[in-house]
Each structure stands twice: as structure tokens, then as C-alpha cells.
Ligand binder design. Structure first.
Ligand SMILES: NC(=O)c1ccc[n+]([C@@H]2O[C@H](COP(=O)([O-])OP(=O)(O)OC[C@H]3O[C@@H](n4cnc5c(N)ncnc54)[C@H](OP(=O)(O)O)[C@@H]3O)[C@@H](O)[C@H]2O)c1
Ligand SMILES: *[C@@H]1O[C@H](CO)[C@@H](O)[C@H](O)[C@H]1NC(C)=O
Ligand SMILES: *[C@@H]1O[C@H](CO)[C@@H](O)[C@H](O)[C@H]1NC(C)=O
Ligand SMILES: *[C@@H]1O[C@H](CO)[C@@H](O)[C@H](O)[C@H]1NC(C)=O
Length: 291
């Protein structure tokens, strides 16, 4: 146990030094005129990611199911300084429709520099697995297969532009957190697919960057509604989260951990001391509110 503690402390010192000395910044010129598709951008983190790109003068295409929300977000993007902003209404449970979104966006924009895959849906609620195959299938379709479909359709444009793919993952994409089986399954699938794709691009000298954002609890309206009374974790601000995601994407980093200090140590811990990590996380669940 003493050995493990010394290991953890030296590791924390190491990563904090690395984190400190590798803090780069991005500038307006790095994003101005870039062509960006953001999925799930009618609300939450996706909406904030759109605003970050808009402020730096990108061309944007937004997508989600709710047209009125998309109209409002598009208008705000233009106010914030987007070079252009448009939207496509689409439901990602339909993979043909996912394919169309990538085609329409690439056509509207002329090409594509950033494919930001962020939407989250499916009928999975926060609770015990009770053998519900329908909710697993819908989660895998909306939260995994549609991401791959969008990527497949946009890949040739991304190759031509030396573009970037951004994937929204979670601590639940790295560690089997309880009461989120179908969500975890989809996020693990994303992590596997996109880390494999990243290696492939690298070996074949395809200059496409793949950024995976491993997030903790973020204060979006939907997340707070869904788990607010079931976990005692503090939610981090979606605006700051979006800013860090865009920065990592523009710097073509492979991974982002946000908030860094609550996520990175857990990710490091989970292979060495999975039982210990499980018991640390267990304390955050309010079991009497979970069915
Ligand atoms: N918030 C957190 O605590 C947290 C933690 C870790 C990771 N993340 C990840 O961060 C990403 C964003 O999370 P968030 O909290 O911002 O989510 P959110 O606020 O619930 O937003 C989800 C977005 O996806 C869209 N969407 C839902 N179902 C869809 C469907 N069937 N077809 C097309 N679009 C659909 C929604 O728009 P419409 O309803 O208009 O379709 C909305 O724009 C997700 O990938 C999530 O897993 C979030
Ligand atoms: C899926 O989307 C395609 C293309 O938009 C459409 O033609 C088809 O009817 C949709 N399928 C379902 C089941 O809604
Ligand atoms: C890959 O593309 C990026 C963005 O266009 C560029 O900055 C970088 O120099 C390219 N990398 C190589 C190895 O050419
Ligand atoms: C893309 O990257 C390659 C190297 O990987 C470079 O030779 C080429 O000029 C870049 N193209 C663009 C459009 O930036």
C-alpha cells in the first residue's frame, strides 16, 4: 500500500509538471475560415462548442433534431462572428440520415476541416440494467454507429483538408461506472474505434487528427436533470469545457481530460488499482434515488 501511494504521488508530480510546461494557446488565425460540423449542437456542450468556433470566425454547420433551437443557436453564432452558419435537422437514430448530414454539410461548406461528434441520445436512463435490449440497441445506434457513419462519409473530405475528428467521450468510456451500462458500452466502443483509426491514419501518413475528450460531470441542463439527484459530484461549467475541447482540437491533441484534476488521476489509477478506484467512486452515488 505504501508502494502504491509513493507511485501515485510521484505520478501526480510528473503529470502536473508535464501539464504545466505543455500549456499551449490557440489564436483566432488558426480557426478563421475553417469549416466545421458540430453534431448535437442545439443545446449543452455542443452549443457551446459552436459558439467557441463562431467567435474565431469559422464556417459552421449545426445539426440536431429540434429545428427551433438550431435556428436560435445559428443566429447567435452569426452574432458572435461566424464567417457563416447554417443547420441541418436530423435524427441520428437513422443512419441514412447521418450519412446525409455529412454529405449536406460537406457540400454547403465546400469541404470539412473539423468533424465534431458530440450528440448523445437513445432511451437509456440512469439506473440498473434490467435486460432492456431496445435501449442498448438505440444507444449503440445513436451514440456509436451514427458517429462511425458520419466519419465514414466525411473521411475523404477530411483527408483532403488534413482535417480533425473530435469525439466526446467520458470517464464512462474508460471505466465501467455503474447504472450507465448502455452509455458505457457506446463510449467504450467509440474509444476503441477512434484510437484504432488514429493509429491507422498515422501509419498510412493520412494527416487527420483524432481528439478524444474524456469528460467528467458537466453542468448541461440535460445531464443535471438526469443525474443531478443521483450523484453527489460537482458539475463543471459547459462553457469552459467547450473552450478546452476546441483548444485541444485546434492543437490536434489526441486526448483531453476535463476537468483535468478530477479525471486524469482516475484514468491513471484504474489499471493499477481498479478495486480501489471503484470504491472511491462508489461514494458519489445516492443509492436511494437510483432505481
Ligand atoms: N454533461 C455531462 O456531464 C457529460 C459528461 C461526460 C461526457 N459528456 C458527453 O458530452 C456530449 C454532450 O453532452 P451534453 O450534456 O451537452 O448533452 P445534451 O445537453 O443532452 O445535448 C445532446 C445533444 O444531442 C442531440 N440529440 C439527442 N438525441 C439525438 C438524436 N437522436 N439525433 C440527433 N441529435 C440528438 C440533442 O439535440 P435534440 O434534442 O435537438 O436532437 C442535443 O443537441 C455527449 O457526447 C456526452 O456523452 C457529457
Ligand atoms: C431515414 O432517413 C432517410 C433519409 O432522410 C429517409 O428516406 C428514411 O425514410 C428514414 N427512415 C426512417 C425509418 O425514418
Ligand atoms: C498536418 O496538417 C496540419 C494542419 O493542416 C499541419 O499544420 C501539419 O503541419 C501537417 N503535418 C504534417 C506532418 O505535414
Ligand atoms: C497535408 O499534410 C501533408 C503532409 O501530411 C502535406 O504534405 C500537405 O501539404 C497538407 N495539405 C494541406 C492542404 O494542408
Amino acid at each position: 500500500m505504501v508502494g502504491v501511494k509513493i507511485l501515485i504521488v510521484s505520478l501526480l508530480v510528473g503529470i502536473s509538471a508535464y501539464h504545466f510546461f505543455s500549456s499551449e494557446t490557440i489564436s483566432y488565425g488558426m480557426v478563421y475560415g475553417k469549416r466545421v460540423l458540430v453534431t448535437g449542437s442545439s443545446t449543452g456542450i455542443g452549443e457551446q462548442i459552436a459558439y467557441q468556433f463562431a467567435q474565431m470566425g469559422a464556417h459552421l454547420v449545426l445539426t440536431a433534431r429540434r429545428e427551433q433551437r438550431l435556428q436560435e443557436v445559428t443566429r447567435k453564432c452569426l452574432e458572435l462572428g461566424a464567417s457563416s452558419a447554417d443547420y441541418v435537422v436530423s435524427d441520428m437514430t437513422n443512419l441514412t440520415s447521418a450519412q446525409e448530414v455529412a454529405q449536406i454539410a460537406t457540400k454547403k461548406l465546400g469541404s470539412l476541416d473539423y468533424l465534431v461528434l458530440n450528440h448523445i441520445g437513445g432511451s437509456g436512463s440512469f439506473g440498473t440494467f434490467q435486460g432492456d435490449m431496445d435501449s442498448l440497441l438505440s444507444s449503440m445506434t445513436v451514440n456509436f454507429l451514427s458517429y462511425v457513419q458520419l466519419t465514414a462519409t466525411a473521411l475523404s473530405a477530411l483527408k483532403q483538408s488534413n482535417g480533425s475528428i473530435v469525439i466526446m467521450s467520458s470517464l464512462s468510456g474508460r471505466f465501467g461506472a455503474p447504472f450507465t451500462t448502455s452509455y458505457c458500452a457506446a463510449k467504450f466502443a467509440l474509444e476503441g474505434f477512434y484510437s484504432s483509426l488514429r493509429r491507422e491514419c498515422s501509419l498510412q501518413k493520412n494527416n487527420i487528427s483524432v481528439t478524444v475528450a474524456v469528460l467528467g460531470f458537466i453542468d448541461t441542463e440535460n445531464a443535471v436533470k438526469k443525474v443531478g439527484d443521483k450523484v453527489t459530484m460537482t458539475a463543471s461549467p459547459k462553457e469552459d469545457c467547450a473552450k478546452e475541447v476546441v483548444k485541444a482540437a485546434v492543437l490536434r491533441q489526441s486526448e483531453l481530460f476535463y476537468p483535468y484534476w478530477s479525471i486524469k488521476p482516475l484514468v491513471l489509477l484504474k489499471d493499477w488499482a481498479p478495486e480501489f478506484m471503484g470504491s472511491l467512486l462508489d461514494k458519489f452515488y445516492v443509492l436511494e434515488n437510483i432505481k
